[in-house]
Structures are given as structure tokens and as C-alpha cells.
Write a protein that binds this ligand. Structure first.
Ligand code: SAM
Length: 272
């Protein structure tokens, strides 16, 4: 395994992804009926921002650390996110954010393939009775979990894109969700290394029978890291987005964007 999220946890792209996650879950909680969250690529659940990996890249320093002095008080996605990420050393990944936001009837299934990351995930989720950590291939296990018995919820697809196959696998995963759980919310994270690749991926996903989709891109100024250019733009494709997600993200980035030196672009790709 080459990819380790510890190098990137809390960077600008994680902030946008986790803000969107908080917004989606807050909208799901507006109805009393229980929901399920399936996190196909969960990671380790908690990241040590004071550790060597975070220090080596400085990505969290240029990301969530810049929001530390913000005190958003209204019950917004930003306020909830800041509260969940308030421990300066232990940054919560997507499964821990979801686990903390579940109500007693809701459920989380968090899948992680790599043994070390899975062991950490299991420990992080241990206190949460409604959260289950599963070791395996999230792409392979997803179809068997659909539709969830709750018939409401979110599928988060956040692969490492270590291999170019991850784009095709992510598009196939969305197609599987559309076939078995057409009303489900799906959130797919993707890197934007080239406009053509990102646009092509979104087009491929839309062709799977999607009728409502929002694309949310977040970008920062490109930075050289060694001899490589660090990721400076990332996207989220949200299928069946809850009403108000675009407004939540825009409002959060009106405040957080200038601190992160990040720009948000929200595009409605399908539906109204
Ligand atoms: N979703 C996490 C978050 O926001 O905190 C970050 C996940 S990270 C981008 C991707 C994770 O997927 C890594 O921990 C990696 O070990 C794991 N992974 C890679 N291939 C996988 C697969 N086929 N199935 C499940 N997990 C996989």
C-alpha cells in the first residue's frame, strides 16, 4: 500500500469533503426516520495532526489549522464541523464524523481494506454502538449492502485514486447504487488533476441514470512539494443532493474560504 491518508488529513480538500458530509448528515437528521451511512473507503477514523506524517507535508497546517480561531456559533454545517474537528491533534476522518452524528436508530458501515488502517478504524469506532467497521474491498462489498434496510441514507465513495482504475471503479459503484438504491444520496470525492479527466469522470457518472447531481470543486493555489506539484483542486460529485447543500457549502466557504485561500465552485450538473 502506498497511499496513507495521514499525509493529507485535514487539508483543504478534506475540509470541503467533511463539511459536505456534515451538511448531508444534518439534512438527513431533519426527518425522524433512521438512515444508514456506508463509507466504502473509510480510512483509519482519526489522524494525529501532531505526528510525523502531517508534519512532513504541512497539509493540515495549510488546511484545518487555519480555521482553529474561527468561532462559528449558529447551527450551521461550519459550526458543527468546527466542533467535531476542535481537537488540534486528533483530526476526525469521515467515519468518526459520521459516527458522532448518528442518532440511536441510525447506522454506519465503514469499510477499509488495509489491515493497519482497519485496526485503527476498529478502535476509533469501538465506542459507537451503531457503527460497524468492516475489513475488505469497499467496491466489492458495496452492492451486497444495498439497499440498506432503512431505505434512506448516504453512500460515501472516497478511494485513494492510486490507480487510474479508481475512476472507473467509482463510476461503476455509483451505477450499482443507482440500480439498487436509486433514492440514496451518493457522495464521490475525486482529485482534479486535469479538467478533461474530471469532466470525463462526471460525464461517465451522470450516464449511469443519475437525475440529480451537484458538483462541488474546491481549489487552492498550486504548491510545489519536492519535485512534484501537490494536489490543488478536488471535486465532490453529490447524487441526489439534499436541498440546501449548495447553500450550506457556499455559506461555509464565505467564511472559511479566505482563511484557507481556497475557492469553491458549485455546479448543478443534473436536476433543478
Ligand atoms: N474517507 C476517509 C476520510 O475522509 O477520512 C479517507 C479515506 S482515504 C482517501 C482512502 C482509504 O481507502 C485509505 O485508507 C485506503 O487504505 C483505503 N482503501 C484503498 N483501497 C480500498 C478498497 N478497495 N476498499 C476499501 N478501502 C480501500
Amino acid at each position: 500500500m502506498n497511499y496513507r491518508h495521514a499525509f493529507h488529513a485535514g487539508n483543504f480538500a478534506d475540509v470541503a469533503k467533511h463539511l459536505a458530509l456534515v451538511s448531508v448528515l444534518s439534512h438527513l437528521k431533519k426527518k425522524e426516520t433512521p438512515f444508514a451511512v456506508i463509507d466504502t473507503h473509510a480510512g483509519r477514523g482519526v489522524y494525529d495532526l501532531a505526528g510525523e506524517a502531517a508534519a512532513r507535508t504541512g497539509e493540515a497546517e495549510a488546511g484545518v489549522a487555519r480555521l482553529r480561531d474561527l468561532t462559528a456559533t449558529e447551527p450551521s454545517a461550519l459550526a458543527t464541523y468546527l466542533e467535531l474537528a476542535s481537537d488540534a491533534a486528533r483530526y476526525p476522518g469521515s467515519p468518526l464524523i459520521a459516527a458522532r452524528m448518528l442518532r440511536p436508530g441510525d447506522r454506519l458501515i465503514a469499510i477499509e481494506k488495509h489491515p493497519e488502517e482497519f485496526a485503527a478504524l476498529k478502535t476509533a469506532l469501538y465506542p459507537f454502538a451503531r457503527a460497524r467497521a468492516v475489513q475488505g474491498d469497499g467496491f466489492a462489498l458495496l452492492a451486497g449492502l444495498l439497499p440498506p434496510q432503512e431505505r434512506r441514507g448516504l453512500v460515501l465513495i472516497d478511494p485513494p485514486y492510486e490507480s487510474p482504475d479508481d475512476f472507473a471503479a467509482a463510476a461503476r459503484a455509483v451505477a450499482a447504487v443507482m440500480k439498487r438504491f436509486a433514492t440514496g444520496i451518493v457522495m464521490v470525492w475525486f482529485p482534479v488533476k486535469s479538467k478533461a479527466e474530471a469532466d470525463g469522470f462526471c460525464g461517465e457518472v451522470l450516464a449511469t441514470g443519475v437525475t440529480k447531481a451537484l458538483r462541488i470543486d474546491v481549489s487552492v493555489e498550486p504548491v510545489k512539494s519536492g519535485d512534484k506539484e501537490r494536489l490543488s483542486s478536488a471535486g465532490l460529485l453529490v447524487i441526489n443532493p439534499p436541498f440546501g447543500l449548495d447553500r450550506d457549502m457556499t455559506a461555509a466557504f464565505d467564511v472559511a474560504g479566505p482563511l484557507l485561500k481556497a475557492r469553491l465552485d458549485v455546479m448543478r450538473l443534473a436536476g433543478d
